[in-house]
Design a protein around this ligand. Structure first.
Ligand code: FUL
Length: 487
């Protein structure tokens, strides 16, 4: 009787174990594919998702009507009668921007905060009786609107007599860096401008000391310079990235000054061992500082800039200079609003969401639906990696009738590395675009103004490993009037 009970118990247990095993087999969550190095840091990923950030060039040049001050400016000229950083932050918020960067010191050496290491600053100006601090006001206003801040501290200093003496100037520069980063917490980007006049004194900058100090004081900051270490310059000031744009590069190959380097930083390097994405800086006006004689770029120019920067795997740093009153001029603020609303108009609707989406193959759990949700980073379609088929593709088909669009959007899951080297786009079977990199976001505006088609195929011709696509979109841009037509 006991023996019978025992054996029936062990059979029950065995049975239960088996069921548990079966269940665990059947519900085992498929694992993500392995990453392909190098990868972005957490701060670099956050930066990339910002897409558009804003620059504020403000200082003695605003009052002298120059682009590069001589360093001999009398601080008395700095007297903005109605300086209102809250207005700047409101303009930035209305533009949908999440980071604003201020020129705390430009090449003229005039400091917008009361630095204890020089009197060439707001202290010596009549503004607020020499008691003001533009950087503090800027930080307060941005923070109040939930916008992050960044600072620009020009290495080239035309005022300070220590410039030209390696030891003394580097000590001065480091002192100011410490002062800024201790006084203003949570700085998200620091800008080290590589610009320097042809006749400027020779100087060796102690970059390693500067960068180490910055990370010691604020570890989540992104350091921008021509050569990183966190964000690189795109190589021009037109707001335009290379048609090919890798976020990867070899930092050791970067020695600024040689002519080839501009091409190298513009395109990046698929074999690069460092994750160093590019930032496109450009001004809404011709100059970086405000000049009465200048006016903002047209909406169509800003949209071109958007497609050529954000649409080519970069972050756009758009400069909007405050005027002599200390305000963003109304025409600029209005242009920014138009710009933001145009981007919303173009991208609020994704025609692909109402289509059939087919893929060449699928890794378990990483199906095509992942390209249509709102997570553009960690939710992605992955093909099978045992798939010999090197030619991976995604097809988007209208459920009925034809689709009217003129923009194709593709995004890679860059958290697992940038992979796509070459891709093509076919509309109703006809090859219309041959392109290279994708990265965080690639936007293709189609020639011909608009297309009416049943289906689109995105073909990945070459990639580092299998491509991982986090989002796709078909959009209609009513502002795009291409000169060419496609039949
Ligand atoms: C340049 C500087 O010389 C300009 O004045 C401006 O600050 C721009 C962002 O960088 O190199």
């Amino acid at each position: 009787m006991v023996r019978l009970w025992c054996s029936s118990l062990s059979i029950t247990l065995l049975f239960q174990q088996l069921i548990r095993l079966c269940i665990s087999w059947s519900v085992q969550t498929p694992t993500p594919p392995l990453p392909i190095l190098p990868l972005p840091t957490y701060s670099q990923l956050k930066w990339q998702q910002r897409e558009i950030i804003m620059f504020f060039h403000f200082g003695v040049n605003t009052f002298s009507d120059r682009e590069w001050g001589t360093g001999q400016e009398n601080p008395a000229i700095f007297n903005p009668t109605g300086l209102n950083t809250t207005q700047w932050a409101t303009v930035a918020a209305d533009a949908g921007v999440s980071l604003m960067i201020l020129t705390a010191k430009h090449h003229d050496g005039f400091c917008l905060w009361p630095s204890k290491y020089t009197d060439h600053s707001v202290i010596s100006s009549p503004w607020q009786g020499g008691k003001g601090d533009v950087v503090q006001d800027f930080v307060n206003a941005a923070t109040a609107q939930g916008i992050d801040v960044g600072v620009y501290l020009s290495p080239w200093d035309r005022h300070d007599p220590r410039y030209g003496n390696d030891l003394l100037y580097n000590q001065y520069y480091l002192a100011q860096l410490q002062e800024l980063l201790k006084k203003y917490p949570n700085v998200r980007e620091i800008w080290f401008d590589g610009a320097k006049g042809a006749n400027a004194k020779n100087m060796t900058y102690y970059f390693s000391d500067w960068f180490s100090m910055v990370k010691e004081l604020q570890s989540s900051i992104n350091i921008f310079s021509d050569a990183g270490p966190d964000v690189r310059w795109v190589g021009d000031e037109t707001g335009s990235a290379g048609y090919t744009c890798w976020s990867t590069i070899n930092r050791t190959s970067l020695s600024i000054g040689s002519p080839d380097i501009i091409q190298y930083i513009n395109t990046g390097d698929p074999k690069g061992t460092d994750w160093l994405p590019a930032e496109c800086d450009v001004s809404i006006r011709k100059g970086w500082f405000w000049h009465k004689s200048e006016s903002p770029k047209k909406l169509s120019e800003l949209l071109d800039i958007y497609y050529n920067s954000v649409g080519r795997n970069c972050v756009l740093l758009l400069n909007v200079p405050p005027n002599t009153s200390g305000l963003i001029t109304e025409v600029d603020a209005n242009r920014l609003k138009e710009f933001r609303s145009a981007i919303k108009t173009i991208f609020h609707q994704n025609l692909a969401e109402d289509c059939f989406v087919k893929v060449s193959s699928q890794r378990g759990g990483f199906g095509p639906e992942k390209m249509l949700d709102s997570d553009h980073l960690w939710s992605y379609w992955a093909p099978r990696d045992d798939d010999d088929e090197k030619d991976h593709w995604v097809e988007i088909w209208a459920k009925e009738g034809r689709l009217r669009f003129n923009v194709v959007r593709i995004q890679e899951a860059i958290g697992l590395g940038q992979r796509i080297k070459r891709h093509e786009i076919y509309v109703d079977g006809k090859l219309i675009i041959k392109a290279t990199t994708v990265g965080y976001k690639r936007l293709h505006r189609l020639d011909g103004g608009e297309v009416h088609a049943r289906g689109v195929r995105i073909r990945i011709r070459k990639a580092r490993g299998v491509p991982l696509i986090s989002s796709i979109g078909l959009h209609y841009d009513p502002f795009w009037h291409s000169k060419f037509t496609v039949s």
